[in-house]
Design a protein around this ligand. Structure first.
Ligand code: BES
Ligand code: ZN
Ligand code: ZN
Length: 510
């Protein structure tokens, strides 16, 4: 999608569709809705007046009203997009509103969409006046670019309904809006790149293909990229990663993407390690999963895809740090050569692991990925993984899990969420849970001793490999795939964590 920023009066902007945001000013639960535009332009208000007073359009989040040939406007259509109650207005709702506008255009075969920059002056007072212009512009582009995607590329009856042009129309030239817009374009492209990877089926996106896609991205973005396979895993003594990989006919891929800041980082600047779980298909291995729902396990590489997407944005946004992306990609298969329950593995760090369940493979590949990132000089680690069903049980599909051994690094990540708009919830991984993974015959086992607190057991396992290095672990199992369509997004891959990881890294320069 071609994205443009235009400083112009939205009323005279020529476009097939101009979208304006609306909120409900009613504060009392039982009061009738009081829809009002986030716009002060007289001709736009006049064109919308009848719809706003009709009682038909309530400005609920994701609600739309489409008006044809609006009098006094250059646009062919005026789309009113509800953002919900005025008191709940947030960047996230603006992002969703932008997605709603683009997705409303698609089934109507409208190829070009413009959104009027919301005007805070339109509200009596309250949160809208506090929203930064930079972050508002960014949220709008992110929502629009995100909303455009549909994951129907493998359907032969697919109709191309792409919105191929998007314009944000803001009244006056503003460097704040311009910088937010430019950042939004980069971040949204990275998130959609991640989503496209996650959408690919396991037969097409093997570890080797994931490595090739990462390499192509790196070549284009100006990042160094090395893709290693079986030999290198054995040479590095990655006994945990290799154990998972060796049961598949598809060779594994250890993908190492390096970003160097064009300006020399400060002597004490952090070096970030972004480590992703890249299981391109998780059958469970010898501890095989039930058939029901197993097809979903093609998205068991969403953590890896998030890191590859984040690296693309980092290459473009150029924060003043070194950042290394490490992706551990393999297929988890049952086979004559597959690892087995009871096996004892020696990880790259030298720690030994008793395998209790071969379906707990993600923590094994990450164990070596985290340790390897430390050997490359990383001082701050973050990993993302569709790691546990237990995290989905704990948090549902609304919040993803955060675990950390370092309150400062974790606080930085939680701070980044205000900008990214993503929802994460911190869960514990304090040392009193260490008993969960205690083994009689090795340094640890790869599952918890029972099924209670399973997401924390997995985090405790990873913590053994993060050691004293500040580390944040993101369990995205419940949020990596949108089972439900919403007015602002399609069915399929969500691209969760990309925006927050980018912001986490950038927050260290503030
Ligand atoms: N890939 C799964 C976790 C998962 C579950 C991802 C649901 C997405 C949605 C992971 O490898 C796994 O199978 N974990 C096991 C661990 C158990 C054997 C300790 C689980 O959660 O059941
Ligand atoms: Zn598994
Ligand atoms: Zn898995």
């Amino acid at each position: 999608m071609d994205t443009k920023l235009s400083f112009a009066n939205a009323a005279v902007f020529t476009t097939p569709l101009l979208a304006v945001f609306a909120v409900d000013l009613a504060t009392d639960k039982n009061a009738p809705p009081q829809p009002a535009l986030l716009n002060t332009e007289g001709s736009i208000l006049s064109a919308a007046r009848a719809a706003l007073t009709s009682g038909e359009f309530k400005a609920g989040l994701g609600e739309i009203a489409l008006l044809h040939a609006p009098a006094g406007l250059a646009a062919e259509r005026l789309l009113l997009v509800g953002l919900g109650k005025a008191k709940d207005l947030s960047l996230d709702r603006i992002r969703k509103g932008a997605g709603t506008a683009v997705r409303a255009a698609k089934p109507r075969s409208i190829r070009s969409v413009a959104i009027a920059f919301p005007d805070a002056q339109a509200l009596p007072d309250g949160p809208a006046t506090e929203l930064s212009a930079t972050l508002t512009a960014r949220a709008i582009v992110e929502g629009a670019v995100f909303g455009q995607e549909d994951y129907d590329t493998y359907r032969s009856d697919r109709k191309d309904l792409s919105v191929n042009s998007f314009t944000l129309v803001a009244p006056e030239p503003s460097p704040e809006i311009k910088s937010g817009f430019d950042e939004g374009v980069v971040v949204a492209a990275a998130q959609n790149f991640t989503r496209a990877l996650v959408n690919e089926p396991g037969n097409i996106l093997t570890p080797t293909v994931l490595g090739a896609r990462a390499k192509a991205m790196c070549d284009e973005a100006g990042l160094k990229c090395e893709v290693h396979s079986s030999d290198k895993l054995q040479e590095l003594k990655m006994g945990a990663f290799w154990a998972v990989a060796k049961g598949s006919a598809e060779p594994p891929a250890l993908i190492v993407m390096t970003y160097e800041s064009p300006t020399a980082p400060a002597a004490d600047a952090p070096v970030f390690g972004l480590v992703g779980k890249g299981i391109t298909f998780d059958t469970g291995g010898i501890s095989i999963k039930p058939a029901d729902g197993m097809e979903k396990m093609k998205y068991d590489m969403a953590g890896a895809a998030a890191m590859i997407g984040a690296m693309q944005a980092i290459a473009r946004l150029k924060p003043p740090f070194k950042v290394i992306g490490v992706v551990c990609s393999a297929e988890n298969m049952p086979d004559g050569r597959a690892y087995k329950p009871g096996d004892v593995l020696t990880a790259m760090s030298g720690k030994t692991i008793e395998v209790v369940n071969t379906d707990a493979e993600g923590r094994l590949v990450l164990a070596d990925g985290l340790h390897y990132a430390k050997t490359l000089g990383c001082t701050h680690l973050i990993d993302a993984a569709t790691l546990t069903g237990a995290c989905v049980v704990a948090l549902g599909m609304i919040n993803a899990g955060i675990f950390s051994n370092d309150d400062a690094a974790c606080a930085k990540f939680e701070g980044a969420l205000a900008t990214s708009g993503e929802k994460f919830w911190r869960l514990p991984c304090t040392d009193d849970y260490r008993d969960h993974i205690k083994s009689e015959i090795a340094d640890m086992m790869n599952t918890g001793k029972n099924r209670y607190g399973g997401a924390t057991s997995a985090a405790m396992f990873l913590k053994e490999f993060a050691g004293d290095t500040p580390w944040v672990h993101l369990d995205i199992a419940g949020c990596a795939w949108n089972e439900e369509k919403k007015p602002w997004h399609a069915y399929g891959p969500s691209g969760i964590a990309v925006r927050s990881i980018i912001e986490w890294v950038r927050s260290y320069s503030a």
